[in-house]
Design a binder for this molecule. Structure first.
Ligand code: SOE
Length: 387
């Protein structure tokens, strides 16, 4: 265990802030790392709410001005957990102040913002300052294993990628107009919020990048009650209504640079699907499939086995030989959603402490942003069926 300390300041404390907090609290208790994270201060605009959050989530201090937080000498890392409209401003200011930055996904609300963040990250990197974007699902052990098996050539050349990320938390037309449904706050809807995850995840596991897309987006409910109060993904409705300015669902097909073709579906209107992320990859010698609702498992079809023995097998990803799992429980003991964030902090701390670049980089996250932008623009090339 090292004496090096990484003093963290986090901006934002709602759902993602809580997820990150549990990870910062836990990471050094589980993993033996070259540096120790300390939870110095959490920042939010509402003094009473941020003070309560600091006490609940384990931060030593609560502050209300992120600029002051960034200017402090006793902070080494800024963790950005705010809505997308402030990612660029906070992350760039932090990098310019010499703080390492971990920024929640999607990196930004626009390609221009993401490009400015990449430029700031490149400049900071020259001075030894690190940055990464928080695509946490990369750090689910079964997803890491999927990546490792594909990289090792176990399914051969990848032909098909099939990815869905489905939720249903806004199917009720009376669910209020929270920030995630406002373009100026969130950039886009299901596309950027959950579509970004499956874009990053599929590019990560296949090692291929999307080169072209065509798709469609849909907004089923165009007007909703304004918010009277909200917390995380829950909210209560006021009386007046406002316009929904983002997509409720986004579907697209893509080509990847290694020759694979892919389909993607991201929706907040998949009734009954709460947080259902599924990815299947078909290669010339086999297939792999991951389902977040069964996150301790990876399905493997090995077409190189004798014909009489072929079939889908279920790898229980709970062993010390699997990514991250040696640090947790005895063999066979399962983990959950929150562990993906703990693993994210593990990798971030290790990279920063050893002077390496953490992944996914801001450059990787800009590429996801470019895909999101291309999908949104491709809507314009819709071809109507002749009558
Ligand atoms: C809401 O759709 C959300 O909280 C996303 O913003 C997260 O990235 C995802 O992990 C869970 O759902």
């Amino acid at each position: 265990m090292s004496s090096q300390e990484l003093r963290v300041g986090m901006v934002g404390y709602a759902f993602m802030g809580a997820a990150h907090s549990q990870a910062w609290r836990t990471v050094n208790r589980v993993f033996d790392l070259p540096a120790r994270a300390s939870m110095v201060a959490v920042c939010g605009r509402d003094e009473a709410k941020v003070a309560a959050a600091a006490a609940r989530l384990g931060w030593a201090e609560a502050v209300t001005d992120w600029r002051e937080l960034i200017a402090r000498d006793d902070i080494d890392v800024i963790d950005v957990c705010t809505p997308g409209d402030s990612h660029a401003e906070i992350a760039i200011a932090a990098l310019e102040a010499g703080k390492h930055v971990l920024c929640e996904k999607p990196l930004a609300n626009t390609v221009d913002e993401a490009r400015a963040m990449v430029a700031a990250a490149a400049k900071a990197r020259a001075a030894g300052v690190r940055s990464a974007c928080g695509f946490n699902y990369r750090r689910v052990p079964a997803v890491s294993l999927m990546h490792n098996l594909i990289a090792a050539g176990r399914i051969g050349a990848v032909r098909h990628v099939r990815a869905v990320y489905l939720q249903d938390w806004i199917t009720d037309p009376q669910f209020p107009l929270v920030w995630r449904l406002q373009k100026e706050k969130a950039g886009s809807g299901a596309l950027g919020d959950i579509g970004a995850h499956i874009i990053d995840l599929t590019q990560f596991v296949t090692g291929q990048r999307i080169t072209g897309v065509t798709g469609l987006t849909e907004t089923f409910i165009k007007e909703r009650p304004l918010v009277s109060d909200s917390s995380g993904l829950s909210a209560s409705a006021g009386h007046a209504t406002g316009e929904v300015t983002v997509d409720d669902a986004a579907l697209f097909i893509a080509r990847l640079d290694g020759g694979a073709v892919a389909t993607y579906e991201a929706s907040r209107f998949a009734t009954g699907r709460k947080n259902a992320l599924r990815v299947e990859v078909n290669g010339e010698n086999g297939s792999l499939a991951f389902d977040l609702e069964r996150l301790n498992e990876l399905e493997f079809y090995d077409a190189t086995r004798p014909a009489a023995e072929q079939g889908w097998s279920r790898i229980l990803v709970t062993e010390g030989e699997h990514p991250y799992l040696g640090a947790w429980w005895p063999p066979g003991h399962i983990i959950g959603y929150e562990h993906s964030f703990t693993h994210e902090m593990r990798d971030f701390i290790e990279a920063v402490a050893t002077g390496a670049d953490p992944t996914p980089s801001f450059e990787d996250a800009l590429q996801v942003q470019l895909v999101l932008d291309a999908v949104a623009r491709s809507d314009a090339s819709w071809v109507s069926v002749a009558t």
